[in-house]
Design a protein around this ligand. Structure first.
Ligand SMILES: [Zn+2]
Ligand SMILES: [Zn+2]
Length: 241
C-alpha cells in the first residue's frame, strides 16, 4: 500500500528535488547546529547559556536558549512544512534533533545527575501561545504547540500552557528593539488554570525566533509571580532578520 502511494505521489527532497522523502540523506547531513551563543548579547557562550554579564541584568529572565539548527534554506522549508502542512514526519525529525541538542547540553546533564535538583525541580514543557484570533482564522493551529506536544510525549513530560496571549501583536521581525518591547507590553498574562508550585523548570518551545523578546516576555510573566522557577528555551532556528 505504502509503495502504491509513493508511486502515485512521489515525494521529493525539499532541498535538491531528488525523489526521496521530505529531505534526502545527503541534504540532512548538510544541516548543522547554530553556534553556541548567549541569548541576550549573542557573544559565544558554552551550551547557549546566558552569560554572566547578561545574568546580572534585571530584565533577562531566561537561563539559556538552545538552537539545534543554523537558519539555512533547508531548515526554513522544513519549518514551513510544519507551519502550513502539519507534516508529521517533519515534526518528528525536528523534535528528534531537539532532543539530541538537549541530551548534549552539559548544564542540563549536570542538573539531571544532581538528585537534589531533580527532586526540587520538576520539568515541564510549554510553548509560545498564539492569540485566539490567529489560531482560529489565520493558521488554524500553533506550530510551537505542535512541536512542544511532540517533544513532551517523546520525553514523557507534561506539556502545559502557562500564559495566555491577551493582545494581538504585530510581527516582531520588522520592529526596532524599542518597538518590539512596546508591541509585547501586556501581550501575555499568566493562565491561572494551570497551577504551578513555584519550583519547576519550564522548557519553552518556539519554532523560529528573530529576537528573544517573546520568550523573554513569557518568562517575565511567569517569573514575576514565581521567581524561583527556572525558565529555559529551545527553538529550531534563529532567523537573523
Ligand atoms: Zn536532497
Ligand atoms: Zn550575554
Amino acid at each position: 500500500m505504502h509503495n502504491i502511494i509513493n508511486r502515485l505521489f512521489p515525494k521529493h527532497c525539499i532541498s535538491c528535488s531528488q525523489q526521496w522523502d521530505y529531505l534526502c540523506l545527503p541534504c540532512k547531513r548538510k544541516l548543522s547546529p547554530h553556534p553556541e551563543i548567549c541569548p541576550y548579547c549573542h557573544r559565544a557562550s558554552k551550551d547557549y547559556a546566558t552569560c554572566l554579564d547578561c545574568k546580572m541584568e534585571k530584565e533577562n529572565y531566561l537561563e539559556w536558549i538552545i538552537i539545534p539548527f543554523a537558519y539555512t534554506d533547508e531548515v526554513k522549508k522544513l519549518i514551513l512544512k510544519v507551519k502550513y502542512y502539519h507534516k508529521k514526519d517533519v515534526i518528528n525529525f525536528l523534535v528528534d534533533r531537539m532532543i539530541i541538542a538537549l541530551q548534549t547540553n552539559q548544564i542540563l546533564q549536570q542538573n539531571l545527575e544532581n538528585p537534589a535538583f531533580c527532586t526540587l525541580h520538576s520539568a515541564l514543557i510549554s510553548f509560545v501561545p498564539s492569540h485566539r484570533y490567529r489560531r482560529l482564522f489565520v493558521k488554524g493551529y500553533n506550530q510551537s504547540e505542535l512541536l512542544a506536544k511532540n517533544l513532551a510525549s517523546k520525553l514523557s513530560l507534561e506539556c502545559k500552557q502557562f500564559v495566555r496571549k491577551t493582545k494581538r501583536t504585530k510581527s516582531q521581525a520588522q520592529l526596532s528593539r524599542a518597538g518590539r518591547l512596546k508591541n509585547l507590553k501586556g501581550a501575555f498574562s499568566l493562565d491561572s488554570k494551570n497551577s504551578l508550585n513555584g519550583n519547576e523548570t519550564i522548557l519553552l518551545v518556539d519554532d523560529v525566533t528573530t529576537t528573544w523578546s517573546t520568550l523573554n516576555q513569557i518568562a517575565k510573566v511567569i517569573k514575576t509571580e514565581f521567581p524561583k522557577i527556572k525558565i529555559r528555551g529551545i527553538v529550531i532556528a534563529r532567523h537573523m532578520g
